[in-house]
Write a protein that binds this ligand. Structure first.
Ligand code: PSV
Ligand code: MN
Length: 388
């Protein structure tokens, strides 16, 4: 197997973007739980995200969600991020929390509502221009609940039309990334349910339109690493939204439900050139921490991705290629499993220390007192959550 020392330099190339919404209150449709110390505004969300980077050393940017993270002065938010050692990243649009969008947003049959949804994306691009963000990430709740409710073909055509208007607006150095999800909140059909639909839509737009793969957005049993391989092969994998699921869009800590799946995904990422300084594939988390502490939840998450990345980098690719060429099934499988079963945690701890980082980021954060300071300090105001 490849040894850790030879892959160590590559680990420094990793950057994982954090979602601002991971730091706000969240829950299920049954209950949104509040936690003491939760941010009251985007500035405090960025401060919390900066803690994750301070302790884990691999989460240098924060994704924004508009309008949840709308502020009067985005330059001031960018400065606040920089002062805390991080930057602002992807801008996520939101066309799923307005009564007008009950029957859809950019796919709606009413041109007024389609225009409203398109204008919202234009406003997101204005934010990107202020923050210097590269990616506009679009996830649509559009779909129907009943057969016959609307014409699926017409909706797909309206989607193409709206996306092309949005795409025309993005700058030369910006990208549009279109996320897919197979169900929810629409239950009969979803307008962008799968990678194929997202791919068909973005391929028609142009080079700066890519697919976003959210690991939680597939039917049980889907071979996600195959999709990763295919999108990388086609040059259309724009970004990852990492999280874990047991059942549906659970948004649990990445690597918690099925670490082996995360490993397999990262093996294909590395194999396909989607990892490292030369790749444009964005690694992001899209998670909520409904019952556990949010900042340590995010620290644990980025460490999980780092651990599985290290294991993926450890795969002896030469030996694997030889086994595959020889048709040696068990050798090929064994080479992959050797890397997967390597406990890289002690080596990562040493590697972190050698770079002036904390050997144990979870323990260092716990000892820092930051958690208690925000509980004491954030008194009054309205905590951020799914509406703000
Ligand atoms: C809804 O399913 C969702 O979790 C999507 O994955 C988006 O990326 C995220 O919300 C933020 O809009
Ligand atoms: Mn997502």
């Amino acid at each position: 197997m490849t040894d850790f020392a030879s892959i160590a330099p590559r680990l420094a190339e990793q950057a994982i973007e954090l979602p601002s919404w991971a730091f706000g209150n969240s829950g299920t449709r049954f209950k949104v739980f509040t936690q003491p110390g939760v941010p009251r505004d985007p500035f405090e969300k960025v401060s919390d995200a900066a803690q994750v980077h301070k302790y884990a050393g691999l989460a240098p940017t924060v994704a924004l969600h508009i309008p949840w993270d709308k502020v009067d002065d985005f330059a001031a938010l960018s400065r606040h991020a920089a002062d805390n050692g991080v930057g602002l990243g992807t801008v996520n649009s939101n066309t799923f929390q307005d009564d007008d969008y009950k029957l859809g947003s950019v796919t709606h049959s009413d041109p007024r509502i389609r225009q409203k949804a398109t204008d919202h994306h234009f406003a997101c691009i204005d934010v990107m221009n202020e923050t210097g963000s590269r990616d506009l990430k679009i996830w649509l709740a559009d779909g129907t609940n009943y057969p016959g409710q609307d014409d699926m073909r017409a909706r797909q055509d309206r989607l193409t039309d709206s996306l092309s208007k949005i795409y025309e607006r993005i700058g030369e150095n910006q990208r549009l990334v279109l996320e897919y999800k197979f169900f929810e909140p629409a239950f009969y059909h979803t307008d962008v349910p799968d990678w194929g639909t997202s791919y068909a839509q973005v391929a028609a737009l142009g080079d700066r339109a890519m697919v976003c793969l959210d690991t939680g957005h597939h039917a049980p049993g889907t071979n996600i690493e195959f999709i990763v391989m295919q999108l990388l092969r086609l040059g259309k994998l724009g970004s990852f939204d990492f999280n874990s699921r047991f059942y549906a869009d659970d948004d649990l800590i990445v690597g918690a439900a099925d670490p082996f799946q995360l490993f397999r995904i990262l093996v294909e990422v590395v194999r396909g050139g989607g990892y490292g300084a030369d790749s444009d594939v964005a690694f992001m988390l899209d998670q909520c921490h409904n019952i556990e502490d949010k900042i340590p939840g995010q620290i644990r998450s980025v460490l999980n991705v780092q651990e599985m990345t290290a294991r993926a980098l450890l795969v002896d690719t030469e030996a694997l290629a030889a086994a595959q060429a020889a048709g040696d099934i068990l050798a090929g499988n064994g080479i992959l499993m050797d890397a997967f079963y390597t406990d890289v945690r002690p080596m990562l701890a040493e590697w972190r220390e050698s770079r002036g980082l904390f050997a144990d980021p979870m323990a260092a954060y716990a000892a820092s007192g930051y958690g208690a300071s925000i509980i004491d300090g954030r008194v009054g105001g309205n905590q951020a959550g799914w509406g703000a």
